[in-house]
Design a protein around this ligand. Structure first.
Ligand code: PFF
Length: 464
């Protein structure tokens, strides 16, 4: 069975592919934006605590279920749940994951597609030209680019094409290969930009803002937002880590891998903040709180620098690379369902699912046209925003991922026995010294914390 499904070539392949899934628009776009909104320092600390207390334990749980069953989410929960309380109903958690993958990919690839356009504009020098006038760039982005339906569709389809192409060639030949090329490039670009930002006058202020906490600015809303974001950014709650975990061998330590992936993801998010806040601080541009700052403000700042075209281009390539390794994992969850459960070949499954999502995503691509309230384009936003794009985003980040994560924690913490889980975690690791702590977190802390998100969504609380 494992042979026909595919496997990573080894530990590194898995870590890179899973880290690629985790690092995405969530790190480079959403995290700097919410950190700015939640006043830096204290929020960053709370976020790190959420990653450690809830994110890492759930990631361990997902990878564990995947490796134990060597199946994607629907089959994995069905098999493990069949002789347990709840029985086959648990496969619903897998279906929720497939639905989440479908939904998120349909709008994520629209935004990811923008990076292709912006990279192109950077190479041709047009972006730097547009960005000499901040208002002009805002108008271009909101009025011209988003409102241009055919263009939105083309970039979205291009990005879906790249995603489908990678998944088509399989676990090792496609997904792992792309991650092995793009992630090192992504690290390299980040290091160049970090180095550059350390020479700007805004660098120290950025570090102070990020790393000196002021707890008086913290609200319950910030805590819930940090937790919700930890989920999205670590690709948890929809079985992406579970699916990737189903392709690893028994020689890999799951706790260590989960910790390393989460650490890398957090590091990259923090580096992205340092870069963006440094360059924004050192410019005299008044940063609007709009979440579209990545496409409107950043180029304006680069335009004031020497080599603006170069910095613009590598910046949008960076975001595009990060987004692609994430969209690949989103499609893999949906495709692997058809491969494992419907018995389709990888090629048939990938092409069919990729096309269906691409077509559905066209609705999202078109829903932004003429959207004058740019601040309402809020990836993984907490409020329901206008149009079908906003609805998809709202459903996925407020409902599908938290509910999925909640059920995964309940299943692994309460339905699977302690012996079954510890046995799996010891494979490739030896005695797992932190098992009791992990079990405590997965049984109590994670469900309660994620439950709090769900309750707050039900009560209709705005996060800020
Ligand atoms: N983790 C990705 C990001 O931070 O952008 C988004 C994501 C990818 C969420 C894959 C869920 C997923 F399964």
């Amino acid at each position: 069975m494992a042979e026909s499904r595919g496997q990573w070539s080894g530990r590194l392949g898995f870590i890179l592919a899973a880290t690629g899934s985790a690092i995405g628009l969530g790190n480079l776009w959403k995290f700097p934006y919410i950190t700015h909104e939640n006043n830096g320092g204290a929020f960053v600390l709370v976020y790190i605590a959420m990653v450690l207390l809830v994110g890492v334990p759930i990631m361990i749980a997902e990878i564990l279920v995947g490796r134990r069953t060597q199946l994607s989410p629907v089959g994995a929960f069905r098999i493990l749940g069949q002789d347990k309380p709840g029985g086959k109903v648990w496969s619903g958690v897998g279906f929720l994951g497939v639905l989440a993958g479908f939904t998120i990919l349909s709008y994520y690839s629209v935004v990811a597609g923008w990076t292709i356009h912006y990279t192109w504009l950077s190479f041709t020098g047009k972006l730097a030209e547009l960005a000499t006038d901040p208002v002009g760039l805002q108008t271009y982005f909101g009025g011209e680019f988003l409102a241009n339906g055919p263009q939105q569709i083309v970039y979205h389809l291009l990005f879906m094409g790249l995603t489908t192409g990678a998944v088509y060639f399989g676990v090792k030949g496609g997904i792992e290969r792309v991650a092995k090329i793009l992630l090192p490039l992504l690290f390299l670009i980040l290091i160049i930009l970090l180095f550059y930002s350390s020479t700007t006058s805004g660098f120290h202020e950025a570090l102070r803002f990020l790393f000196i906490p002021d707890f008086s600015t913290l609200t319950t809303g910030s805590v819930l937002e940090a937790l919700g974001h930890a989920f999205f950014t670590l690709s948890l709650g929809m079985g992406a880590m579970l699916t990737y975990g189903s392709y690893i061998g028994k020689d890999i330590s799951i706790p260590r891998a989960a910790f390393q992936i989460s650490l890398l993801d957090t590091l990259i998010a923090l580096i992205a903040c340092v870069i963006m806040f440094s360059i924004i601080n050192s410019s005299n541009i008044d940063v609007s709180k709009s979440s579209t700052i990545l496409f409107t403000t950043i180029p304006t700042v680069f335009a004031q620098l020497p080599a603006a075209n170069f910095f613009n281009a590598i910046f949008y390539l960076l975001i595009g690379f990060a987004a692609l390794t994430s969209t690949i994992s989103l499609l893999e969850v949906v495709s692997s369902y058809a491969i494992d459960d419907l018995g389709w070949s990888r090629q048939r499954s990938t092409l069919t699912m990729g096309s269906v999502i691409a077509v559905f995503g066209v609705l999202n691509a078109l829903s932004l046209g003429g959207n004058t309230k740019l601040s309402s384009i809020n990836l993984v936003g907490r409020e329901s925003t206008a149009g079908i794009f906003g609805t998809m985003d709202y459903l996925a980040s407020n409902w599908f991922l938290p509910v999925g994560g909640f059920l995964i924690a309940l299943f692994v913490g309460w339905v699977l026995g302690a012996r079954e889980t510890s046995e799996e975690l010891e494979k490739g690791h030896g005695v797992f010294a932190w098992f009791k702590l992990w079990r405590l977190l997965i049984r109590f802390v994670a469900p309660l914390a994620v439950g709090a998100i769900i309750v707050s969504v039900i009560l209709g609380r705005e996060y800020q």
